[in-house]
Design a binder for this molecule. Sequence first.
Ligand code: NAP
Length: 270
Amino acid sequence: MEDLISQEPRDLGRALCIITGASKGYGRTLALQLSCLLKPRSIMLLVARTAEQLNEVKESVKALDDRQNRLVVRCVQADLEKMEGVEKTVQAAKETSPSAMDHLLLINNAGSLGDVSRLTLTFTDPTEVNRYLSLNVSAVLSLTAGVLQAFPRRLGLQRTVVNISSLCALKAFPSWVLYCTGKAARDMMFRVLAEEEPEVRVLSYAPGPLDTDMQVQARSFSGDLNLRRSFSAMFSEGQLLSCEESGAKLMKVLLDNDYPSGAHVDFYEL
Ligand SMILES: NC(=O)c1ccc[n+]([C@@H]2O[C@H](COP(=O)([O-])OP(=O)(O)OC[C@H]3O[C@@H](n4cnc5c(N)ncnc54)[C@H](OP(=O)(O)O)[C@@H]3O)[C@@H](O)[C@H]2O)c1
């Protein structure tokens, strides 16, 4: 019986799937991978600032879906550092009015590394700190709250929110004060959400070191020399993960759907 169940084709239902930071890097890969797991007439919202790249991702998703033409894909050009960007994204989600949907899936992937060239004592300007936290913490809370409010609890609707996290949520990296602070805050935010909303499936997923533009910044600019060297070594020794490899594990976690809500799950633990 167990074998039979495991052989059934699996999917994430007829979903409204919102992916932030979908224009490149990990978010782009997640959009492509998720598109293959959604049931016909699902809706995907791709959110980021760069319209041209978002459209390229949209075309790639549609090309994958070509045979069935079953996905509705929309791009939302929004700067999530700004309140208007969060509001625009929530509004775009509301406008999809997906009546027969059985899964709301929000992937909070957008993020920035911040200035990693400097040590903690140089961050004397609260405006600079607030600006970082605005995209990486505040927008994640406001967007998650706005989307969950727009699609309240209803029988037959699974609601899942994913926080793309990092080892930095748990471990202090010298010269990465903004990034570590932001990731730690996001993990806690999602733990609180899981306590408050036991019916919502809440996951913080640390994807491992990914071969993206963010990694280029990490190995080029990290102020801590040891850290910079270790990121450079990971790159030159081929130890970075591809977005596809890391994303595939996240897809499995979402399909299995047996993680404790609010958990921090790391690529390397799976
Ligand atoms: N790379 C790694 O090794 C690694 C490791 C652990 C965790 N992560 C996490 O994985 C996630 C994706 O990282 P990545 O490596 O793919 O980074 P990336 O290549 O730099 O991509 C970041 C994405 O976020 C979007 N974004 C940035 N600022 C934005 C803003 N103000 N408003 C809306 N969207 C914005 C970017 O799009 P636009 O520029 O078009 O707006 C882009 O799509 C991040 O949360 C990161 O912290 C990455």
